[in-house]
Design a binder for this molecule. Structure first.
Ligand code: DAH
Length: 341
């Protein structure tokens, strides 16, 4: 018996194979399986060492047979572990694609912006031009050229924010009428929308900043009837056909005659309640036929051209549209309130 034959004979190969098969079958993870493979099939394993020394055919067949079967067992176990791992992941990471998704919160436009767009759309539909203007004005444009009397109470620093003797934060969008008349020759159809400022204490109905939309139409043969038709059109767009609209006479320095449009109160349906001060009507703003003095101030011939103008508050419009009782709710930025509109 050679030395090699002695090595082969020294081991109980049946027991070796049984033990190795059991160890491979018991491996529960890739590292465990690798450990068993190294131990029974690796370069330093008894099997590999014996195989290196084999000289006779019989031992070679015996040991190679064991090696092939064990290698097949490793591959099989490897496959099995991979399958189990996949099963686990499929079970643990299961996603039910039929469940409803998480709803992402989508923002929406502030009620003032909504109203602004309604106003813009309805005037663009009538062929008006939208005019953007400055918020810092001069006394000349905010008051003088609009024919405010030198003693008019709005000129007081108690009512108006002044920067100096001649500059102020505009108290109305009406100065846009002057700017557009100076820049463009009639016919003119324009709407100017933006912020205006007044030194008012904050209450349920007043806020020192608010928005107005101002309109001016100048053409040949324009009358008060055109103004009423135009205002009715925008009121319908803002409040729908159910609300009533009426016009009262009034006074403004830059229009003659002057009127104030009212809309029937949506909270009480016109019967009378606290919001409408039991009158059934809510004031919308001011309007009138352009005073010839204003045309003369900007060198437009009042014999040839006539026109109408109007100015309304956007906060007022948003409040009337949605029956919002307090103007402060539009400025607080409270999402619980704003989400409702
Ligand atoms: N500017 C006026 C105000 O703020 C509203 C107004 C009245 C605008 C008559 C006009 C108008 O264009 O013709 O109270």
């Amino acid at each position: 018996m050679t030395e090699n034959e002695a090595t082969v004979a020294a081991v109980d190969w049946e027991a070796y194979e049984r033990e190795a098969s059991a160890a491979l079958a018991a491996a529960n993870s890739p590292p465990e399986l690798d450990g068993a493979r190294v131990r029974y099939l690796g370069r330093k394993s008894e099997l590999a060492q014996a195989l290196r020394g084999v000289r006779d055919r019989e031992s070679g067949m015996l040991l190679n047979g064991i090696r092939e079967r064990l290698e097949a067992a490793v591959t099989e176990r490897e496959q099995r572990l991979e399958d189990e791992e996949l099963d686990h992941r499929l079970r643990d990471e299961f996603v039910d694609v039929t469940l409803p998704g998480e709803q992402l919160a989508v923002g929406h436009l502030h009620p003032i912006t909504q109203v602004r767009r309604i106003v813009e759309d309805s005037f663009l539909g009538l062929g008006y031009e939208i005019w953007d203007d400055r918020e810092v004005e001069t006394v000349e444009y905010n008051f003088d050229k609009l024919a405010f009397a030198p003693t008019h109470s709005s000129r007081s620093p108690r009512d108006t924010f002044y920067f100096d003797e001649t500059h102020l934060l505009r108290t109305e969008t009406s100065p846009s009428q002057i700017h557009v008349l100076e820049k463009q020759a009639p016919p003119i159809y324009m709407v100017s929308i933006g912020r205006v400022y007044r030194r008012d204490a904050i209450t349920a109905t007043r806020y020192p900043i608010f928005h107005q939309f101002e309109g001016l139409a100048v053409d040949e043969g324009i009358t008060l009837a055109d103004l009423k038709g135009t205002l009715l059109h925008v009121m319908r767009a803002l409040y729908g056909p159910e609300r009533q609209v009426r016009f009262r006479t009034h006074f403004f320095p830059f229009t003659e005659p002057s009127i104030e449009p009212d809309v029937s109160c949506g909270i009480c349906g016109g019967v009378g309640c606290r919001t409408c001060k039991y009158s059934g009507w809510l004031e919308m703003g001011g309007a009138g036929v352009v005073d010839p003095q204003v045309f003369q101030n900007v060198d437009v011939d009042p014999e040839r051209w006539s026109g109408f103008a109007f100015g309304c508050g956007l906060e007022r419009a948003a409040q009337l549209r949605h029956n919002i009782p307090d103007i402060r709710l539009l400025w607080d930025g409270d999402l619980r309130v704003l989400r409702q509109f």
